[in-house]
Design a protein around this ligand. Structure first.
Ligand code: ZN
Length: 343
């Protein structure tokens, strides 16, 4: 299958830290993830294409004008503050995002960044934009007739809302891809298999009935993103019944994961989508540094086969999955499992 990645541009974003239990730790969303994931792509012999620049319009179909202006300009404005750090971290937040919109770079950072995991540096906007270009290029390939395509998006996207960065994510690549697929498909489903709940994706489509969002993840009762991802969140307004969360107990392995996914796919089939976006996190792996779930490498191939059995045009978008020996193998297992089952 076609693979889209621009390693040079996407690799320039190199966030220094993130706050864990009050301690600043090295940020695990490193450029090296690209090397490991590209090794997984190479193992399968897939052709890697440079994404085209699709401009801002597919991104602006998901993200608000104020947020895009913030992301594209804040670093330069922040850098003019005397003695400011080389990366932007938020230090003040409104109680609600309906509060007055601030003018200062410091206050806008607090308005648009939800946690301490996604600092904005000199190259963040450029890397996020090219990561989104990968998703758009993969979606375009599928719109043009490919049965499947894989966007090696990094930085990832599924924790990003329409106007809110969070959890290493700045632009919601899966949502951008799904919105593009809507051009020719009345109903699109996003299936998020990342260890963490896809809270941004849920938020973006929460009141819509044309994009069904399914996320299977570690139970957020005591796990990031905490405030979202619970089973009772089923959508609102026209979107009521079009959001499905499947929280799993910590440590769940292949059997429990596949059982939960199988149950979720019953609702997907009732929705009768014309196309799928898979938000492919690989951090549910048993050896991932986040240690939340216990999916094995063959387990990812099984997940892929189950999703390929839906037999629909599919855009696969990379989400999480962090440095461990098997990161590339897990991607290879998923892509091979998907391609083989689709043949
Ligand atoms: Zn994750």
């Amino acid at each position: 299958m076609k693979v889209f990645c621009d390693q040079d541009r996407q690799g320039q974003h190199n966030p220094s830290g993130f706050l864990v239990n009050g301690v600043m730790q090295p940020n695990p969303e490193t450029p090296e993830r690209l090397d490991r994931l590209l090794a997984g792509v190479a193992a399968g012999g897939h052709e890697v294409h440079a994404p085209e620049d699709h401009g801002l319009s597919p991104i602006a179909a998901i993200h608000s004008p104020a947020y895009l202006k913030f992301l594209s300009t804040v670093y330069e404005r922040w850098s003019r503050i005397p003695d400011a750090a080389p990366e932007i971290f938020p230090n003040v937040h409104p109680d609600k995002r309906t509060a007055s919109y601030p003018l200062s770079a410091v206050a806008q950072a607090g308005f648009h960044i939800t946690d301490m995991s996604c600092p904005i540096g000199a190259y963040t906007w450029e890397a996020a934009r090219w990561s989104a270009n990968c998703a758009v290029s993969a979606a375009q390939a599928v719109l043009d007739g490919d049965r499947m395509a894989y966007a090696l998006c990094r930085p990832p996207g599924h924790h990003c809302f329409s106007d809110l960065a969070g959890g290493f994510c700045y632009l919601n690549n899966s949502a951008i891809a799904a919105q593009l697929m809507r051009r020719i498909h009345d109903r699109v489903v996003i299936i998020d298999v990342d260890l963490h709940h896809g809270n941004g994706t849920q938020g973006i489509f929460y009141e819509r009935d044309d994009v069904f969002t399914l996320s299977i993840h570690a139970d957020p009762a005591r796990f990031y993103p905490f405030f979202w991802g619970h089973a009772h969140e089923t959508g609102e307004g026209a979107g009521l019944g079009y959001n499905l969360n499947i929280p799993l107990p910590r440590g769940t392995g292949d059997e429990g994961f596949l059982k939960g996914l199988r149950e979720g796919l019953v609702q997907v089939e009732q929705f009768a989508p014309g196309a799928i976006v898979i938000a492919l996190g690989l951090d549910a792996y048993e050896g991932d540094p986040f240690g939340g779930l216990s999916v094995s490498t063959p387990g990812f191939a099984e997940i892929a086969r189950m999703l390929a059995a839906l037999d629909l045009p599919t855009v696969i978008v990379q989400e999480g999955g962090y440095l461990c020996d098997a990161l590339g193998d897990n991607l290879h297992a998923f892509l091979q499992g998907f391609e083989t089952a689709s043949a």
